[in-house]
Design a protein around this ligand. Structure first.
Ligand code: GLU
Length: 291
């Protein structure tokens, strides 16, 4: 079974789970618009504290087209950004985006620099030891990007002796060590720098989530291409402080709510859908027990 087949099966299971939750209904109605009356939360909950501040601070990426990108005009846009805006809207607060590169995500959450991280953030057991995750709200897998005119690298099996770029503190930077042990890995702090290094021929390939790579290709389709099958599963979660069960429940309920009422799909169409014809199904929310 190829990783893509696995992803498709995962998506089907998610759709079944989604149908099951849809029958359960949501706790506070099916309101879609941002003018609706917002629920008020107890002042000792994180939701109540964010409401009292009037602003939710969100760590996101600033150099990942389609997911989290700060444009020249200073706006931040992308699917992750849309998800964060929907959460802020649900709480009736403004949102303040700060750049969180991959290695900063756990410390930003732990130190309280941000209320949440929505930043192509893979849920995994190692990270769950120090932070918690709501979701997943999206699923992709690790892949490879090379220069458009490169015919020598067609998959991770062609990387022996090649320079491969990834990002510190990311899951793909770890996995490439075992998937392509003879590759020469270079690490930067953000994927935009890897993309520039690829274009300048300082490296031969970039490895990270296919979703991120397709976003980079969408900006420069004559410079880059994605090659090979995906070789991991990267379910994206909303990172929050470990042990904040009430906030995690709120976020998980909210993810299911936007699956049901169409806002998740609209956010995806508005961002990733601008350049990709086939969009994934929403993955089932995982209400794991926090250790
Ligand atoms: N999803 C992977 C991770 O969370 C790679 C993408 C990223 O670094 O943001 O590590």
């Amino acid at each position: 079974m190829t990783p893509r087949t696995r992803l498709r099966i995962g998506a089907t299971l998610a759709a079944v789970a989604l149908a099951a939750t849809a029958c359960g209904g949501s706790s506070d109605g099916d309101d879609l618009g941002s003018d609706d009356k917002k629920p008020t939360f107890a002042s000792d909950t994180t939701m109540g504290k964010i409401q009292a501040k009037g602003t939710m601070t969100v760590g996101t990426k600033f150099d990942q087209p389609l997911y989290g990108e700060k444009t020249l005009s200073g706006d931040v846009e992308g699917f992750d950004v849309e998800i964060a805006r929907l959460i802020a809207d649900e709480l009736g607060v403004k949102v303040n985006f700060v750049e969180a590169v991959s290695k900063n995500r756990e410390p930003f959450i732990q130190n309280g620099n941000v209320d949440i991280v929505v930043a192509t953030y893979t849920i995994n057991d190692k990270r769950k030891k120090i932070v918690d995750f709501a979701g997943p709200y999206y699923q992709t897998g690790q892949s490879l990007m090379v220069r458009k005119d490169d015919s020598a690298i067609n998959s991770k099996d062609d990387l022996a002796g090649k320079k491969v770029c990834s990002v510190e503190g990311s899951t793909p930077a770890e996995r490439i060590k075992t998937e392509a042990p003879k590759a020469l890995v270079t690490l930067f702090d953000a994927y935009g720098k890897c993309a520039t290094a690829l274009e300048n021929k300082q490296v031969d390939a970039v490895t990270t989530d296919e979703a991120i790579l397709l976003g980079l290709v969408s900006k420069k389709p004559d410079a880059y291409k994605v090659v090979g099958e995906t070789f991991s599963e990267e379910p994206y979660g909303i990172g929050l402080k470990k042990g904040d069960q009430a906030f995690r429940d709120f976020l998980n309920d909210f993810v299911e709510k936007i699956y049901e009422d169409g806002r998740w799909k609209k956010a995806l169409e508005k961002t990733v859908g601008k350049v990709q014809d086939s969009l994934p199904e929403p993955p089932a929310v995982d209400r794991y027990t926090s250790a």
